[in-house]
Write a protein that binds this ligand. Structure first.
Ligand SMILES: [Ca+2]
Ligand SMILES: [Ca+2]
Length: 304
């Protein structure tokens, strides 16, 4: 991986982890950010052999990307623009390698589990297209989907922990977004509350960007991050396995255990989110039984 202007901004510890992380990547493509930085996005090459596709039947598949393990600075630095207090303190967090779905779980995928389910609409705008992310999915619904997947596979599926989610979203970056720090570049990388939405609902508070979508977009329409993951920021906010607890993040203490009526972390912002909160470190939360029109999920997997 060729790091350009941003290299000097990466802390030593993270840089070492990043170096180990990307040592297996064999090629990259230079991408110019419209904001304040230019950086190099790498595409996993030698690790692509670890990627796999799960056949869900009826022509529906689930594409899984290998995320190499590493260490990263979790949370946002105190001087990050629009930072919320719950994003700190930052802590060095280790993540073992795992697979993550390349896309948010779609309605077509979820209907292989619950054939009659419907993602409904938002004020007359349909959310139910087969290639759009499933919404009005509670944490309990998402966990049940993971259990169903695990039973038909030799791998164990789950929702990502907050550490897995943020590590995967950042993909080696320490900027506020995986594309840099620019809020106005969001239209290239993420579906957020933009001018398109304001055109439909003028009273909404939106960012001065244009991504072309009022509500959910079909998955994979925007640029991916360096791991090849799409829509990590925006489109639908993503349910995590982790309960919503103060930082520093630790794996122990029941943070990632099952529960009932528990408040769970939700990450990445959505089509309803202003760009100021569509950042890698931003944390939202929701009680696990409540379905919402802008909240969905993607799965992770471990196993042979
Ligand atoms: Ca939008
Ligand atoms: Ca998302």
């Amino acid at each position: 991986m060729r790091l350009s202007a941003n290299a000097s901004r990466i802390p030593t510890l993270v840089a070492c982890a990043l170096s180990a992380l990307v040592s297996s990547f064999s090629f990259g493509a230079k991408v110019s950010d419209l904001g304040d930085t230019t950086r190099t996005i790498t595409t996993p090459a030698t690790t692509q052999g670890l990627n796999y596709t799960e056949d869900l039947g009826d022509g529906v598949t689930l594409e899984m990307v290998w995320i190499p393990g590493g260490t990263f600075a979790m949370g946002s630095p105190a001087d990050e623009a629009n930072r919320d207090a719950d994003e700190g303190p930052q802590s060095t967090t280790a993540v073992q390698g795992f697979w993550m779905a390349r896309y948010e779980t779609t309605n077509a995928q979820f209907r292989r589990f619950r054939p009659k389910r419907d993602s409904l609409d938002s004020e007359g705008m349909s959310l139910d297209g087969g290639d759009r992310p499933a919404v009005y999915v509670s944490w309990d619904d998402a966990a049940a989907f993971c259990q169903w997947l695990s039973e038909r596979s030799d791998r164990k599926y789950a929702l990502p922990t907050e550490a897995q989610w943020e590590y995967a979203c950042r993909a080696g970056t320490t900027t506020s977004r995986f594309w840099g720090d620019s809020e106005t570049s969001a239209g290239l990388y993420a579906n957020t509350a933009d001018r398109t939405l304001k055109g439909r609902w003028p009273d909404w508070t939106t960012s001065d960007v244009d991504d072309g979508y009022v509500v959910t977009a079909p998955v994979g329409r925007f640029r991916p991050n360096a791991f090849g993951l799409y829509d990590m920021i925006g489109n639908v906010a993503e349910l995590c396995l982790s309960t919503y607890q103060p930082y520093p993040y630790v794996e122990t203490g029941g943070r990632n255990e099952p529960g009932e009526q528990t408040i769970r972390a939700v990450r990445g912002g959505s089509w309803r989110s202003h760009g100021s909160i569509c950042r890698s470190a931003y944390r939202d939360k929701n009680v696990q039984y409540r379905p919402l029109p802008d909240t969905g999920f993607r799965v992770v997997a471990t196993g042979p």
